[in-house]
Design a protein around this ligand. Sequence first.
Ligand SMILES: [Zn+2]
Ligand SMILES: [Zn+2]
Length: 337
Amino acid sequence: MNHLPNTMRAMLLEASRFLHLAEVPVPRPGPGQVLIKLRACGVCHTDLHIVDGELPNPKLPLILGHQIVGEVVACGPGAERFQTGERVGVPWLGGTDGTCSACQRGQENLCDHPTFTGYTVDGGFAEYTVADERFCFPLPPAYEDIEAAPLLCAGLIGYRTYRMAGDHVERLGIYGFGAAAHLIAQVAKYEGKRIYAFTRPGDRAAQEFALQHGADWAGDSTTKPPETLDAALIFAPVGALVVEALKAVRKGGTVVCGGIHMSDIPAFSYSLLWEERVIRSVANLTRRDGEEFLALAPRVPVKAQIQVFPLEEAGYALDVMRSGKLNGAAVLQIAST
Ligand SMILES: [Zn+2]
Ligand SMILES: [Zn+2]
């Protein structure tokens, strides 16, 4: 590892909840870990929730970022899965204990002692990072680095959310048409669904964006769709949408909440839930979700609309996302100095 620099540029989140560019030591890979030289890292709503203090107890100071695309440049003791020079992706689930009851049930996304990339350990808003090789993914070669990054969270979590809508879904509602929605709408379209996109009331730009990315109908979140929905996915962190979605789904239909954080759900009449409607959430991802989605994505083919920012503009990228003015996915393109 002699050829590696000792320090690197990273965007650090300090307790002040303010991202700043810093020169920090290049991490060294521990047992079972690979050292990755970053090429791109997606920016996610979860990053925004961490910066805004809506998720408890992040590691501080912290390097955010859990949609990592880079090249393996060194392997720690016992790490044999990847060769140096191979391109890998690192998602939000960075590790599990492998022993708790959830892991043993095959629900590693619900592990009692998980590691989350860019939250409980450092992530990818930097020139280098380390990751447990067992939780990295080989990436489909059809995708450029910046195109592959959003697949690793917006795509993966979107995919898990979509699958949780269940079978027998022909008419699918999607509330909040951002990064995850525009990727998963392409999969749903490929699988023959009709898609109804709901945006902030009056947000014509977002409705137009949804129509360009596979939606058959787009409208305000407060309006009823022209047909009853079989299921609805909620990607916007707004609890009131759960009630709106319940009003729109048929008997036995499912409303799936795809985000990690949501405002309170207002009280609603039991009659909206009656007739076996279901509300459920989706937490994290399993490696199997990742393998399935990354195999499916190039067949669709899923194509992300991306807005590219340099590493040092990560804070600006988060501001654009917070303003709701981002169409598609934000990606940091990371060129080493
Ligand atoms: Zn994410
Ligand atoms: Zn576990």
